[in-house]
Design a protein around this ligand. Structure first.
Ligand code: HEM
Length: 120
């Protein structure tokens, strides 16, 4: 694979569009909606999520936010909520015409983070 995942996701612009669609999906998903309606600062979470996905997919800028465990600690997030968030992300990738290879790569990254997010 010649290009980094970051490039294949459309760089910062592509990832920003993706994160916007993911947040909109979360706000319309009955399983996780209230989590995001009650978030302290959704605009901050949006900016940090763009940074996180850019940096984590091989983009040029560092992620300046908190680690996944510190963010989600105390939320008591369930397995069902985790799967709902992953599904929203994969659906948003379909909506943005991203390919199966990119979806598999993103899924592998998300799955690797579950121990820092579920019931921590
Ligand atoms: C699947 C992997 C996940 C990743 C990569 C991820 C990533 C992030 C990031 C980067 C932020 C922004 C942090 C900040 O504002 O500094 C965030 C915030 C947040 N996450 Fe997650 N997250 C994941 C799963 C989940 C799940 C399953 C839930 C529960 C439904 C959840 C609920 C939240 C909430 C509510 C916030 C906002 C916190 C606040 O500002 O009050 N996340 N997440």
């Amino acid at each position: 694979m010649a290009n980094s995942l970051y490039e294949r996701l459309g760089g910062t612009d592509g990832i920003s569009r993706l994160v916007d669609d993911v947040l909109e999906a979360h706000l319309n998903n009955p399983i996780v909606k209230t989590r995001y309606v009650n978030a302290r600062d959704l605009e901050h979470a949006r900016r940090m999520s763009v940074e996180f996905f850019c940096a984590g997919s091989g983009g040029p800028k560092p992620y300046t936010g908190k680690d996944m465990l510190s963010i989600h600690k105390g939320m008591n997030i369930s397995e069902q909520e985790f799967v709902a968030v992953v599904d929203d992300i994969l659906d948003a990738m379909d909506k943005n015409s991203l390919g199966e290879a990119e979806k598999k790569d993103v899924l592998a990254i998300l799955y690797s983070l579950k121990g820092d997010i579920i019931r921590v």
